[in-house]
Design a protein. Structure first.
Length: 378
């Protein structure tokens, strides 16, 4: 490859999920800087910020694929954006590198899925929660495909163990009026709460739950936890220090992982962004996506998607998430599972983990589930 290969980076740094977009942008930028230092500018980024607008995502992707010479786009945060951009990626025979946890029931040869699907986050969360808190949850979610599908799966899981979903409510993006939901939760008294809200809705809900727990100990985190599969370190300051302390979150990565590889990664992040910077799963997964994309292009000698896919699926890949493997059929990464408890200083203590779980996006059972593999720390 004589000319620099262009890779599109498409994240919104404003709007209801702006904190996640800014962290993903920084993760991708760090990967680009390291790649350019190692490979003498053979990789050239094309950054576009769609500003939380679906038309902006479409225009950004169209510009990258049609006008800017990109075959690969690392980006999009929400499933809405991913599904809107995907037809353009297919039309131009590109690859979209999607790195957020999502609701599953999708596999596309034009997507590399670095974010987890439900058998990699929701199912092990329930393996942890059900024996400890009971099987009478309350479900809240954003009023779009992430909330709908995650709560549908939760209903199936609860039904399979003879439990009962005590309530299910949805909010639009950016809606923060949560009083009626809180009143219903207080009345129904669930054993735990599954939170599939996004951005400001989630932050308002967690603040209201804290207030509820202050007046009724039954709703403190140790008695009735709120668990999320899409909440990360970069959002905790938006919620407020101490507001969500004790609540639970699932992720493939937490800043507090103590492996030598992660400690080295943290040193590099601190050198670039300052020693106080905590690394979120979206930062780590955006960084990982960019690195895997560029490494595959360089190794294959081309950015042609089929050659890149063949390289990715040929052998295990070493990443800051640990060793992962991309499945040749579904193009999903096998990912570790971690369950974190939010600390008073806006971090996470890892309380349970499982080594890399092969993705089963359609929950066909072809990846046999072994709940006993969950390693509980506390």
């Amino acid at each position: 490859m004589r000319d620099a290969v262009k890779i599109g980076i498409l994240y919104s740094t404003t709007g209801p999920y702006g904190s996640m977009g800014r962290d993903a942008w920084d993760g991708a930028e760090l990967a680009i800087e390291e790649l350019q230092a190692a490979h003498e500018d053979r990789i050239a980024p094309v950054f576009i910020d769609p500003q939380a607008s679906i038309p902006g995502y479409l225009e950004g992707a169209r510009s990258m694929l049609r006008d800017r010479g990109c075959r690969h786009i690392v980006g999009t945060i929400t499933s809405i954006a991913r599904k809107e951009v995907l037809p353009l990626v297919e039309k131009h025979d590109g690859l979209l590198w999607y790195m957020c946890p999502y609701e599953g029931f999708e596999a596309n040869e034009n997507v590399v899925y670095i974010g987890g699907c439900p058998n990699q986050h929701l199912l092990p969360v329930f393996d942890y929660l059900l024996p400890r808190y009971g099987s009478r949850p309350y479900l809240v979610g954003a009023n779009y495909v992430w909330g709908w599908e995650m709560n549908r799966l939760a209903r199936e899981l609860i039904g399979a163990v003879g439990g009962e979903v005590l309530g299910e409510r949805y909010l639009p993006f950016e809606e923060t009026a949560v009083e009626r939901i809180i009143s219903d939760i207080e009345h129904r008294r669930p054993s735990f709460i599954l939170n599939n809200l996004v951005g400001p809705s989630s932050y308002a809900f967690l603040a209201a739950i804290k207030a509820l727990g202050a007046r009724d100990p039954a709703f403190r985190p140790e008695n009735c936890p709120v668990v999320s599969c899409d909440l990360t370190e970069c959002e905790l300051s938006d919620i407020g220090t101490g507001v969500a302390t004790g609540q639970l979150c699932a992720a493939a990565y937490f800043d507090s992982i103590g492996t030598p590889e992660n400690l080295d990664f943290k040193r590099r992040v601190a050198a670039r962004f300052g020693p106080e910077r905590r690394i979120s799963s979206v930062f780590a997964c955006a960084y990982t996506s960019l690195k895997l994309c560029a490494d595959a292009i360089i190794a294959a000698g081309t950015d042609e998607p089929e050659a890149v896919r063949q390289f990715l699926t040929a052998a295990p890949l070493h990443t800051v998430l640990g060793p992962i493997r991309i499945d040749s059929d579904t193009h999903h990464a096998a990912l570790p599972f971690h369950l974190g408890r939010i600390t008073a200083d806006n971090g996470f203590d890892i309380i349970a983990s499982q080594t890399a779980i092969a993705a089963d996006p359609y929950l066909t059972g072809r990846q046999r589930r072994l709940p006993t593999q969950l390693r509980v720390v506390s």
